[in-house]
Write a protein that binds this ligand. Structure first.
Ligand SMILES: Cc1ncc(COP(=O)(O)O)c(C=O)c1O
Length: 389
């Protein structure tokens, strides 16, 4: 079981803080945007006498309301095609358990959300990475690259758009290429759409928008980022494939039910006005613009402009991103401050890749981000492992 690249440097950050250094956390996708008070109030004011198990697929009232939400984003599903899960994490896990047997293979464009490794490990499944590169801004690799790794054991492709960790937003053309390959080889398409609401350039295309893919698509969703409600632990697995849904239900029944209080939050969130997303989206956009501008202005740094989510991958003039990120916490400070980043090595399945790359989550306000960028700029000037690209 691999360590999380996002959390493995935490002891070094704790030690830096004990020394009195302020640490800017750009390592983790924990949004700082306030959770909408209305959804917390919904729990406070709920009339609960017994906090019961819910239906294993989640409260029917919530699932019926989610149908309205999905309609607004162009996804046409019925309530019995939606299964509420304990975070998007459990939806991904159910997808693996349901659609793949131990020994099967799943193709994932890398760099990818590192926890897919953990879920694959739990399901006994092998991840087959195909590399997308910083030079193309992390676009979908050519279809031939998929063809090269497909074997009799390949059962699914996972995509995440807008992407964590690259911020890349797949185009309609790319989604149709994926459709062709899934239909040709009879593969499931796992579509992780955790960041749907945060698209800045280009149009969001859901795997559920693609006609002719009804039996293939398993949508993995979550309210964690959408409403800054990571601690609620509410997500959803959505599929029109009845056999997949029915099999996933067995896993859902085995764990009894998703969180009860948080389902009340999720349901209340659907009553938020459509305008709710305008402010967080504008905030993330101004942060992205600042971050990308500052990074590309640093000598030897390359950062493609991410089209969505709240992450960017940057290539730095360094020897080893794991060493650099640890050094930032252990041996560096600028005006009593430093920065915590996620080494990109953990987001690649191919050993050796990502050694010069880091992931930055722009989950701090612009003033804090600017100071964090000052730290990075100064650090790159004096890092002993600096190399010129
Ligand atoms: C791409 C992606 N999928 C899934 C998750 C898991 O989300 P949840 O908090 O709903 O389990 C995350 C969390 O960061 C994520 O970035």
């Amino acid at each position: 079981m691999p360590a999380s690249p996002i959390r493995k440097l935490v002891p070094f950050a704790e030690a830096a803080k004990k020394k009195g250094t302020k640490v800017y956390h750009l390592n983790i996708g924990q949004p700082d945007i306030e959770t909408p008070p209305a959804i917390i109030d919904a729990v406070k004011h709920a009339d609960i006498r017994v906090l019961e198990y819910s239906h294993s697929a989640g409260n029917e009232s919530y699932r019926r309301k989610l149908v309205q939400y999905y309609k607004k984003v162009g996804i046409d599903v019925t309530y019995d095609q939606i299964m509420i899960t304990t975070g998007g994490s459990e939806a991904i896990l159910f997808g693996f358990f349901t659609c793949l047997n131990p020994g099967d293979e799943v193709i994932v464009p890398e760099p990818f959300y590192a926890n897919y490794n953990g879920f694959a490990c739990a399901a006994g499944v092998t991840v087959k990475p195909i590399t997308s590169t910083i030079e193309t801004g992390f676009a979908l690799p050519p279809i031939e690259e998929f063809e090269k790794v497909i074997t009799a054991k390949t059962k699914a492709i996972i995509i995440c758009s807008p992407n964590n960790p690259t911020g890349y937003l797949y185009s309609k053309e790319e989604m149709y290429k994926l459709k062709d390959i899934c239909l040709k080889h009879n593969l499931y398409l796992f579509s992780d759409e955790a960041y749907r609401e945060f698209c800045y350039d280009g149009e969001y295309v859901s795997a559920m928008h693609i006609e002719g893919m009804e039996e293939h698509v398993v949508l993995m969703d979550t309210i964690s980022k959408r409403y800054s409600a990571c601690g609620a632990r509410i997500g959803a697995l959505v599929t029109k494939n009845k056999a997949v849904y029915d099999a996933a239900m067995k896993f859902a029944q085995a764990r009894l039910s998703p969180p009860g209080l948080a389902q009340i939050m999720g349901e209340a969130a659907i009553d938020l006005p459509d305008s709710y997303f305008e402010a967080p989206k504008a905030e993330y956009l101004s942060r992205r613009n600042l971050l990308v501008k500052r990074l590309n202005a640093m000598h030897g740094v390359i950062c493609p402009n991410p089209g969505g989510a709240f992450y960017a991958i940057a290539k730095l003039p360094i020897d080893d991103s794991d060493r650099f990120c640890q050094w930032l916490l252990e041996s560096f400070s600028h005006q009593g401050e430093t920065i915590m980043l996620a080494p990109a090595t953990g987001f690649y399945g191919t050993p050796g890749l990502g050694k010069q790359e880091v992931r930055l989550a722009y989950v701090l306000n612009t003033a804090a981000l600017d100071r964090a960028m000052n730290c990075l700029e100064e650090a790159l000037k004096i890092y002993p492992g600096r190399i010129e690209n």
